[in-house]
Design a protein. Structure first.
Length: 325
Protein backbone atom coordinates (compact mmCIF):
# COMPACT_ATOMS: atom_id res chain seq x y z
CA UNK A 1 0.00 0.00 0.00
CA UNK A 2 1.11 3.54 -0.74
CA UNK A 3 1.43 5.88 2.24
CA UNK A 4 -1.60 7.88 1.10
CA UNK A 5 -3.63 4.66 0.97
CA UNK A 6 -2.48 3.72 4.47
CA UNK A 7 -3.59 7.12 5.81
CA UNK A 8 -6.90 6.94 3.94
CA UNK A 9 -7.70 3.51 5.42
CA UNK A 10 -6.11 4.12 8.84
CA UNK A 11 -6.11 7.90 9.49
CA UNK A 12 -4.56 7.40 12.93
CA UNK A 13 -1.37 6.07 11.25
CA UNK A 14 -0.26 9.69 10.96
CA UNK A 15 0.34 9.60 14.71
CA UNK A 16 2.86 6.80 14.19
CA UNK A 17 4.73 8.82 11.59
CA UNK A 18 4.78 11.86 13.87
CA UNK A 19 5.95 9.88 16.93
CA UNK A 20 8.85 8.46 14.90
CA UNK A 21 9.73 11.84 13.33
CA UNK A 22 8.99 10.58 9.84
CA UNK A 23 8.29 13.47 7.48
CA UNK A 24 6.10 11.84 4.83
CA UNK A 25 5.09 15.09 3.12
CA UNK A 26 5.74 14.81 -0.60
CA UNK A 27 6.22 11.03 -0.36
CA UNK A 28 2.57 9.98 -0.16
CA UNK A 29 2.77 8.05 -3.46
CA UNK A 30 5.55 5.80 -2.15
CA UNK A 31 5.02 2.62 -0.18
CA UNK A 32 6.19 2.82 3.44
CA UNK A 33 9.10 0.52 2.59
CA UNK A 34 10.11 2.73 -0.35
CA UNK A 35 9.87 5.84 1.83
CA UNK A 36 12.08 4.33 4.52
CA UNK A 37 14.64 3.60 1.81
CA UNK A 38 14.96 7.35 1.13
CA UNK A 39 15.98 8.18 4.71
CA UNK A 40 19.66 8.89 5.47
CA UNK A 41 21.68 6.44 7.57
CA UNK A 42 21.97 9.07 10.29
CA UNK A 43 18.22 8.76 10.97
CA UNK A 44 18.53 5.06 11.80
CA UNK A 45 21.71 5.57 13.80
CA UNK A 46 20.24 8.35 15.93
CA UNK A 47 17.05 6.43 16.51
CA UNK A 48 18.81 3.09 17.09
CA UNK A 49 16.39 1.43 14.68
CA UNK A 50 16.17 -0.02 11.18
CA UNK A 51 13.71 -0.42 8.31
CA UNK A 52 12.39 -3.80 9.46
CA UNK A 53 11.70 -2.55 12.98
CA UNK A 54 9.83 0.52 11.73
CA UNK A 55 7.73 -1.55 9.31
CA UNK A 56 6.81 -4.06 11.99
CA UNK A 57 6.13 -1.21 14.38
CA UNK A 58 3.60 0.34 11.99
CA UNK A 59 1.77 -2.97 11.70
CA UNK A 60 1.66 -3.41 15.48
CA UNK A 61 0.51 0.20 15.94
CA UNK A 62 -2.35 -0.20 13.44
CA UNK A 63 -3.43 -3.51 14.97
CA UNK A 64 -3.40 -2.02 18.48
CA UNK A 65 -5.43 0.99 17.39
CA UNK A 66 -7.99 -1.19 15.63
CA UNK A 67 -8.44 -3.18 18.83
CA UNK A 68 -8.73 0.03 20.83
CA UNK A 69 -11.37 1.39 18.46
CA UNK A 70 -13.16 -1.95 18.36
CA UNK A 71 -12.74 -2.34 14.60
CA UNK A 72 -12.48 -5.75 12.98
CA UNK A 73 -12.94 -6.75 9.39
CA UNK A 74 -16.42 -8.06 8.71
CA UNK A 75 -16.55 -9.95 5.44
CA UNK A 76 -19.97 -11.52 5.78
CA UNK A 77 -23.16 -11.65 7.83
CA UNK A 78 -25.27 -14.82 7.92
CA UNK A 79 -28.88 -15.12 9.09
CA UNK A 80 -29.89 -18.59 10.28
CA UNK A 81 -33.60 -19.42 10.17
CA UNK A 82 -35.78 -19.07 13.24
CA UNK A 83 -39.56 -19.15 13.44
CA UNK A 84 -42.57 -16.98 12.62
CA UNK A 85 -45.24 -15.67 15.03
CA UNK A 86 -46.90 -19.10 15.08
CA UNK A 87 -43.67 -20.82 16.08
CA UNK A 88 -43.30 -22.47 12.68
CA UNK A 89 -39.87 -22.65 11.02
CA UNK A 90 -39.10 -19.91 8.52
CA UNK A 91 -39.16 -20.86 4.86
CA UNK A 92 -35.36 -20.83 4.37
CA UNK A 93 -32.26 -22.24 6.05
CA UNK A 94 -29.74 -19.42 5.85
CA UNK A 95 -28.76 -16.35 3.87
CA UNK A 96 -25.26 -14.86 3.73
CA UNK A 97 -24.62 -11.19 2.93
CA UNK A 98 -21.23 -9.83 1.88
CA UNK A 99 -19.58 -6.42 1.78
CA UNK A 100 -21.29 -3.97 -0.62
CA UNK A 101 -24.47 -6.09 -0.68
CA UNK A 102 -27.71 -4.12 -0.48
CA UNK A 103 -30.71 -6.06 0.78
CA UNK A 104 -34.30 -4.80 0.85
CA UNK A 105 -36.61 -6.08 3.57
CA UNK A 106 -40.24 -5.88 2.41
CA UNK A 107 -43.63 -6.89 3.75
CA UNK A 108 -46.89 -5.44 5.12
CA UNK A 109 -46.86 -3.05 8.06
CA UNK A 110 -46.54 -5.11 11.24
CA UNK A 111 -45.20 -8.17 9.42
CA UNK A 112 -41.87 -8.17 11.27
CA UNK A 113 -39.45 -6.11 9.16
CA UNK A 114 -38.20 -4.12 12.14
CA UNK A 115 -37.88 -7.33 14.16
CA UNK A 116 -35.44 -8.72 11.58
CA UNK A 117 -33.35 -5.53 11.72
CA UNK A 118 -33.39 -5.72 15.52
CA UNK A 119 -32.21 -9.34 15.45
CA UNK A 120 -29.24 -8.27 13.32
CA UNK A 121 -28.50 -5.23 15.49
CA UNK A 122 -28.50 -7.36 18.64
CA UNK A 123 -26.55 -10.22 16.97
CA UNK A 124 -29.33 -12.58 18.08
CA UNK A 125 -28.33 -16.07 19.18
CA UNK A 126 -31.70 -17.75 19.48
CA UNK A 127 -32.53 -15.43 22.37
CA UNK A 128 -35.17 -13.24 20.68
CA UNK A 129 -38.84 -14.04 19.87
CA UNK A 130 -37.88 -15.24 16.37
CA UNK A 131 -35.15 -17.63 17.64
CA UNK A 132 -32.93 -16.51 14.74
CA UNK A 133 -29.15 -16.69 14.94
CA UNK A 134 -26.70 -14.22 13.40
CA UNK A 135 -23.17 -15.20 12.36
CA UNK A 136 -20.28 -12.87 11.53
CA UNK A 137 -17.73 -14.26 9.05
CA UNK A 138 -19.43 -17.63 9.52
CA UNK A 139 -18.84 -17.65 13.28
CA UNK A 140 -20.89 -16.80 16.35
CA UNK A 141 -20.21 -13.17 17.33
CA UNK A 142 -18.12 -12.64 20.44
CA UNK A 143 -19.69 -11.22 23.60
CA UNK A 144 -17.69 -8.07 22.93
CA UNK A 145 -19.36 -7.70 19.52
CA UNK A 146 -22.80 -8.26 21.02
CA UNK A 147 -22.74 -6.26 24.21
CA UNK A 148 -19.97 -3.66 24.04
CA UNK A 149 -21.22 -0.19 23.10
CA UNK A 150 -17.74 0.87 22.00
CA UNK A 151 -17.19 -2.16 19.75
CA UNK A 152 -20.57 -2.08 18.03
CA UNK A 153 -20.29 -3.25 14.42
CA UNK A 154 -23.84 -2.30 13.44
CA UNK A 155 -25.04 1.23 12.72
CA UNK A 156 -28.82 1.70 12.79
CA UNK A 157 -30.52 4.66 11.14
CA UNK A 158 -34.10 4.98 12.36
CA UNK A 159 -36.92 7.01 10.86
CA UNK A 160 -36.57 9.66 13.55
CA UNK A 161 -33.38 11.68 14.01
CA UNK A 162 -33.72 13.97 17.01
CA UNK A 163 -30.58 15.77 18.18
CA UNK A 164 -30.44 16.83 21.83
CA UNK A 165 -27.12 18.72 21.83
CA UNK A 166 -27.24 22.30 20.58
CA UNK A 167 -24.08 22.12 18.45
CA UNK A 168 -23.33 23.46 15.01
CA UNK A 169 -22.90 20.93 12.22
CA UNK A 170 -19.16 21.64 12.27
CA UNK A 171 -18.92 21.07 16.04
CA UNK A 172 -20.92 17.85 15.73
CA UNK A 173 -18.60 16.45 13.04
CA UNK A 174 -15.49 17.56 14.92
CA UNK A 175 -16.73 15.80 18.07
CA UNK A 176 -17.28 12.53 16.21
CA UNK A 177 -13.89 12.83 14.48
CA UNK A 178 -12.10 13.29 17.80
CA UNK A 179 -13.90 10.25 19.23
CA UNK A 180 -12.56 8.26 16.27
CA UNK A 181 -9.05 9.76 16.52
CA UNK A 182 -9.44 11.21 13.03
CA UNK A 183 -8.23 14.65 11.94
CA UNK A 184 -11.46 16.67 11.41
CA UNK A 185 -9.84 18.74 8.66
CA UNK A 186 -9.71 15.61 6.48
CA UNK A 187 -13.41 14.75 6.87
CA UNK A 188 -15.51 17.88 7.46
CA UNK A 189 -15.78 19.02 3.83
CA UNK A 190 -16.50 15.49 2.60
CA UNK A 191 -19.23 14.84 5.18
CA UNK A 192 -21.06 18.15 4.67
CA UNK A 193 -20.65 17.83 0.89
CA UNK A 194 -22.18 14.35 0.78
CA UNK A 195 -24.94 15.37 3.20
CA UNK A 196 -25.98 18.26 0.94
CA UNK A 197 -25.76 15.90 -2.04
CA UNK A 198 -28.53 13.88 -0.34
CA UNK A 199 -30.61 16.63 1.23
CA UNK A 200 -33.43 18.44 -0.55
CA UNK A 201 -32.38 21.78 0.91
CA UNK A 202 -28.73 22.62 1.61
CA UNK A 203 -27.44 23.50 5.06
CA UNK A 204 -24.10 24.79 6.30
CA UNK A 205 -21.34 24.07 8.81
CA UNK A 206 -22.57 26.88 11.05
CA UNK A 207 -26.14 25.56 11.01
CA UNK A 208 -27.30 24.25 14.41
CA UNK A 209 -28.16 20.55 14.31
CA UNK A 210 -31.27 21.14 16.46
CA UNK A 211 -32.62 23.41 13.72
CA UNK A 212 -32.15 20.96 10.86
CA UNK A 213 -35.21 19.49 9.17
CA UNK A 214 -35.89 15.77 9.37
CA UNK A 215 -34.46 15.25 5.89
CA UNK A 216 -31.35 17.32 6.62
CA UNK A 217 -30.75 15.45 9.89
CA UNK A 218 -31.08 12.10 8.13
CA UNK A 219 -28.76 13.24 5.32
CA UNK A 220 -26.14 14.32 7.85
CA UNK A 221 -26.27 11.02 9.72
CA UNK A 222 -26.10 8.92 6.55
CA UNK A 223 -23.10 10.92 5.32
CA UNK A 224 -21.49 10.65 8.75
CA UNK A 225 -22.09 6.88 8.79
CA UNK A 226 -20.69 6.43 5.27
CA UNK A 227 -17.58 8.60 5.73
CA UNK A 228 -16.68 8.30 9.39
CA UNK A 229 -18.41 5.41 11.12
CA UNK A 230 -16.43 2.19 11.00
CA UNK A 231 -19.53 0.05 11.49
CA UNK A 232 -19.46 -2.40 8.56
CA UNK A 233 -23.19 -3.20 8.79
CA UNK A 234 -25.82 -0.50 8.28
CA UNK A 235 -29.54 -0.96 8.98
CA UNK A 236 -32.01 1.60 7.62
CA UNK A 237 -35.68 1.76 8.53
CA UNK A 238 -37.86 3.11 5.69
CA UNK A 239 -35.41 5.51 4.06
CA UNK A 240 -38.13 6.66 1.64
CA UNK A 241 -39.66 8.67 4.49
CA UNK A 242 -36.43 10.53 5.19
CA UNK A 243 -36.91 13.49 2.84
CA UNK A 244 -33.63 12.78 1.03
CA UNK A 245 -32.50 11.35 -2.30
CA UNK A 246 -32.87 7.71 -1.28
CA UNK A 247 -31.02 6.17 -4.20
CA UNK A 248 -28.02 8.47 -3.78
CA UNK A 249 -27.94 7.52 -0.10
CA UNK A 250 -27.74 3.81 -0.91
CA UNK A 251 -25.05 4.40 -3.54
CA UNK A 252 -23.01 6.39 -1.01
CA UNK A 253 -23.17 3.59 1.55
CA UNK A 254 -22.35 0.98 -1.12
CA UNK A 255 -19.21 2.90 -2.10
CA UNK A 256 -17.85 2.36 1.43
CA UNK A 257 -18.17 -1.45 1.12
CA UNK A 258 -20.74 -1.77 3.88
CA UNK A 259 -23.44 -4.42 4.20
CA UNK A 260 -26.72 -2.50 3.91
CA UNK A 261 -30.18 -3.77 4.89
CA UNK A 262 -33.17 -1.48 4.48
CA UNK A 263 -36.80 -2.07 5.32
CA UNK A 264 -38.89 -0.39 2.65
CA UNK A 265 -42.27 -0.08 0.93
CA UNK A 266 -40.68 1.72 -2.03
CA UNK A 267 -40.60 -0.40 -5.24
CA UNK A 268 -37.64 1.60 -6.60
CA UNK A 269 -35.53 0.84 -3.53
CA UNK A 270 -36.72 -2.78 -3.41
CA UNK A 271 -35.73 -3.39 -7.04
CA UNK A 272 -32.46 -1.47 -6.62
CA UNK A 273 -31.30 -4.03 -4.04
CA UNK A 274 -29.33 -7.15 -4.91
CA UNK A 275 -31.89 -9.28 -3.07
CA UNK A 276 -35.08 -8.70 -1.16
CA UNK A 277 -36.24 -10.56 1.90
CA UNK A 278 -40.02 -11.02 2.04
CA UNK A 279 -41.48 -10.97 5.56
CA UNK A 280 -44.89 -12.42 6.47
CA UNK A 281 -46.39 -13.15 9.89
CA UNK A 282 -43.08 -12.41 11.63
CA UNK A 283 -41.01 -14.83 9.55
CA UNK A 284 -38.96 -14.79 6.36
CA UNK A 285 -41.25 -16.18 3.67
CA UNK A 286 -38.84 -16.07 0.74
CA UNK A 287 -35.67 -14.48 -0.63
CA UNK A 288 -35.74 -13.09 -4.17
CA UNK A 289 -32.72 -12.07 -6.25
CA UNK A 290 -33.29 -9.10 -8.54
CA UNK A 291 -33.05 -10.33 -12.14
CA UNK A 292 -32.66 -8.59 -15.52
CA UNK A 293 -36.41 -8.38 -16.14
CA UNK A 294 -36.96 -6.62 -12.83
CA UNK A 295 -34.12 -4.21 -13.58
CA UNK A 296 -35.94 -3.22 -16.78
CA UNK A 297 -39.00 -2.47 -14.67
CA UNK A 298 -36.75 -0.46 -12.34
CA UNK A 299 -35.56 1.62 -15.28
CA UNK A 300 -39.17 2.56 -16.11
CA UNK A 301 -39.91 3.37 -12.48
CA UNK A 302 -36.87 5.63 -12.23
CA UNK A 303 -37.95 7.59 -15.31
CA UNK A 304 -41.40 8.06 -13.78
CA UNK A 305 -39.84 9.05 -10.47
CA UNK A 306 -37.63 11.63 -12.18
CA UNK A 307 -40.72 13.12 -13.87
CA UNK A 308 -42.53 13.30 -10.53
CA UNK A 309 -39.56 14.98 -8.86
CA UNK A 310 -39.41 17.61 -11.61
CA UNK A 311 -43.14 18.18 -11.18
CA UNK A 312 -42.77 18.57 -7.40
CA UNK A 313 -39.90 21.03 -7.85
CA UNK A 314 -41.87 23.16 -10.30
CA UNK A 315 -44.85 23.21 -7.95
CA UNK A 316 -42.55 24.42 -5.16
CA UNK A 317 -41.38 27.22 -7.42
CA UNK A 318 -44.98 28.29 -7.98
CA UNK A 319 -45.14 27.31 -11.65
CA UNK A 320 -48.50 26.50 -13.25
CA UNK A 321 -48.92 22.92 -14.49
CA UNK A 322 -50.87 22.43 -17.73
CA UNK A 323 -52.37 19.40 -19.46
CA UNK A 324 -49.47 19.30 -21.90
CA UNK A 325 -46.89 19.20 -19.11
Amino acid sequence: MKIKEIIEKYPFAENYFTMNKLDIKGHENLSFHEFLGTLPETYFEEGATDIKTLEEGLGIFIESMLKFLGESEVKSLTILAGCDKNGEKENFDSITLNKSDVIAVVGPTGSGKSRLLADIEWMAQGDTPTKRKILINGQEPTKKMRFSIQDKIVAELSQNMNFVMDLTVKEFIELHCKARLVNPLEKIDKIIGDANYLAGEKFFLNSHITQLSGGQSRALMISDTANLSKSPIVLIDEIENAGIDRKKAIELLMSQEKIVLMSTHDPILALSADKRIIIKNGGILKIIETDDEERKVLDKLEKTDKFMETLRENLRKGEKIGLDY
